[in-house]
Each structure stands twice: as structure tokens, then as C-alpha cells.
Design a protein around this ligand. Structure first.
Ligand SMILES: [Zn+2]
Length: 253
């Protein structure tokens, strides 16, 4: 992977901090045009963040060819990535806070990038779409029926507001059916795929180190992409993998 980190005058150039920041180029790097004191603060920030990460790092999630969301021995082939941000508090009481990898709530935010196979991605995506799809089918179907004049008329004969009541009932039913579908499918999918990322060994490991999902909800969902983030803190592939990508290709597949 070609990097344009050419500014040898930068106090951080070529250091471990530079490698950990993993910026595409010196331009746009947080250390760009910073004096040595500010660069030192950046180094402290990065060191602090890394002190909370598992020793072996988080690259194993995305560096291999296998899916890391599959459960069991049989792993699918990675074809996309599930992105899942985790946040950690910054225990240092600092007057001036750098904007680097911070959100409003968390001192540090880092992306976990799960290499993901087609099946695991589809299972996650299906669960996120299913309630909406169910609602559209049930509500749409009910509307089509209620909109028929003879049906509407006979409903109105019972009571003027009856067609509305029927639609409200359909909405309630579609909500309940959606919930049941999701529950049943989640349990079934969960046998093969980590549907609840909080069960994933890496997420549990991170949780033990003080990290938590920055998303609310019982089952925070990963965002799926074809290409993973390759620049920024926590996105550097291990050395061996770099060679694999940039080498003569003999190791690919
Ligand atoms: Zn998988």
C-alpha cells in the first residue's frame, strides 16, 4: 500500500506513533504543522489509546481471508466488512483536549472491522430490514383491501371510523409479527453468526478493557462495507499482511 508520509521534519515521522496513526499522507494528519510539544501530546494520546487495546491488537478481525463473524469451525470467506465503533473514556483529567479520535461522550473511539462472509452479512441485513418489510406488506395489503369501495362501505356501515380502526389493527399486527419474526430468526441465525456482537470474543475482550459500543440499543448493528477503512488509528494491517497485499501476489488466495 503506497503511503505518502514524506515529511521527515515532522517530530513523529517514522515513529511508532506515525505507524499507529496510520494516516494516508502527512497532509491531513493530526500532526501536520504541529510543534514538537503538540506532537508529544498526540503521541501521549495514541499511547494512551493503545494502552487500552488488547496486546495483540485488533487487526486479526480484518486481516485474514476468513469471516470473523462466523461461529464454529467452518468459516465463510470474507467478502465485506462489518464496522462497529467502540468508545473508551479517557481517564486523564486534562484541561485541553485534542479532537483526535474523540466523540462527545468518549475519550477514544476506535473502529472494529469484522471481516464478514456473504451469509453473515445477509443475516444481519435481513434482520434490520425485516420489520420494515413486514410492515409494508401487511399495511399495504390491508390498505388495498380496505380501499375497495364495497369493503370500505360495509366497514363504514358498522361504524364510520371502522376503516381507520382496521388500519390501526393492521399496524399493530405488523409490529407484533415483525417482532416475532426477528426474535425467531435471530435465534436461528445466532447458531451460525455472531448476531449479538456483544457475544463476540473480541468485543468481550474490549469490554473487559473498558470499551463499549458507542451505539445505543440492545443489539447494536454493524455497518457493512465492501472496502474496509485503511487509514486512521486501529486500521493498520499487521506487517505480514501488508506484504501479502503489496507483494508479488503469490500469497493471495
Ligand atoms: Zn461469516
Amino acid at each position: 500500500m503506497e503511503q505518502e508520509r514524506t515529511n521527515r521534519n515532522c517530530p513523529l515521522w517514522g515513529t511508532e506513533t506515525c505507524a499507529r496513526l496510520n494516516m494516508r499522507a502527512c497532509r491531513g494528519c493530526p500532526a501536520e504543522d504541529k510543534d514538537p510539544r503538540e506532537c508529544n501530546e498526540i503521541r501521549e494520546d495514541v499511547d494512551q489509546l493503545y494502552s487500552f487495546l488488547p496486546e495483540e491488537g485488533i487487526a486479526s478481525l480484518f486481516a485474514g481471508e476468513d469471516c470473523t463473524l462466523c461461529k464454529g469451525e467452518q468459516k465463510g470467506k470474507r467478502e465485506s466488512y462489518g464496522l462497529f465503533d467502540m468508545g473508551h473514556a479517557d481517564p486523564r483529567d486534562r484541561k485541553k483536549k485534542l479532537k483526535l479520535f474523540r466523540s462527545k461522550t468518549y475519550g477514544f473511539v476506535i473502529p472494529l472491522q469484522f471481516g464478514c462472509c456473504k451469509d453473515c452479512r445477509r443475516r444481519h441485513q435481513l434482520l434490520s430490514w425485516l420489520p420494515m418489510l413486514t410492515a409494508i406488506v401487511i399495511l399495504g395489503g390491508t390498505l388495498l383491501i380496505v380501499a375497495q369501495e364495497p369493503v370500505a362501505q360495509s366497514l363504514r356501515n358498522v361504524w364510520r371510523g371502522m376503516p381507520l380502526i382496521v388500519m390501526a389493527l393492521a399496524a399493530g399486527i405488523s409490529y407484533i409479527v415483525g417482532r416475532i419474526q426477528v426474535k425467531v430468526l435471530r435465534e436461528r441465525f445466532n447458531q451460525r453468526t455472531y448476531m449479538d456482537l456483544k457475544d463476540h470474543p473480541m468485543v468481550q475482550r474490549m469490554t473487559g478493557l473498558g470499551w463499549e459500543s458507542i451505539l445505543d440499543g440492545k443489539y447494536p448493528r454493524p455497518v457493512f462495507t465492501r472496502k474496509r477503512l485503511t487509514y486512521g488509528v486501529g486500521t493498520a494491517a499487521p506487517e505480514a499482511e501488508e506484504e501479502k497485499i503489496t507483494g508479488d501476489g503469490e500469497n493471495l488466495d
